[in-house]
Write a protein that binds this ligand. Sequence first.
Ligand SMILES: [Zn+2]
Length: 346
Amino acid sequence: MLTILDNFPEKLITTSAAQLHEVLNGPTLIHLQGKRNPPLFVSVLQHGNEDTGLLAIQALLRGYAERELPRSLSIFIGNVSAARYRKRHLDGQPDYNRIWSGEGTPEHAMMREIVDIMRQRGVFASVDIHNNTGTNPQYACVNRMDDRFLQLAILFGRTVVYFVRPENVQSMAFADLCPAVILECGQPGVERGIIHAHEFLEACLHLAEIPDRPVAAKDIDLYHTTAIVKIPEHVSYTFGTAHDDVDIRFLENIDRLNFSELPSNSSLGRLRQDSKARLDVRNELGEDSGDRYFSYQGNELRTLRPVTPSMLTLDKEVIRQDCLCYLMERLTPAAMLPHEQESGKT
Ligand SMILES: [Zn+2]
């Protein structure tokens, strides 16, 4: 199911995500030769409704139409058929960014093939580009508390999220091969996100190596994703004050709370008088941890401890296909402290 090319088709430089299916047969891996090896790996459109990565790659390659790339580049263009319909994935398809370990579908086998190919090429670093549907800042994610991963992440910005679940994402598979980051570029179609991702890729292509010195605590706002929050399918809900008869009425514009440090006892919404609805909250081990985070006393949905939500969205399809949000806690990068003490910086 994977097409492999060794050039960037001319048409592709101007094709929109929704029209990619006219130029590509489906998921495509493109290897481009540059001055230095090994290649930088970049994946875009793993989610068909998130086109910032494609637009950033197109902007980058326009700049190199007449010049050699400073480093070789391997580009994976993911869910072309979902992009046609501006969907995260089509019904009947797996979520492309949840199949980089395990097996069971042709898509699983394709991801394994990509990892094998890039392992053979000795991949330099991996960048997976996404958008989110709610209001979020732009930030990078890592799956390892490793100096090189964090150095790569802060090239994008000082806000960095460390997570280990879901464990079947692209960045996790590549973390065994090279420093790997995810870029969350805000909502699709926002110019600022495209420029930011483009500049980041440009910087990566010019790196001779990725520094392995520790990131200073003053240069990073590091969060740790500790739980994922889903809404069980039988629970009805809405946002704001509409008079629907639903189990949970969340705050209007709740996505504005993304990356806000909420104190304990913050209200996130109200339950209907007779409703016994509960959110499905799972910690990093997949264990039910609803009691740790939320209380429902007096039919008010409140936080039980200080948390910082991310990826809160009002998009019901994304909520169904992925989740309502993640919960994060501030991380004092313990991994950095010994280094800092050694060098006398504390
Ligand atoms: Zn995504």
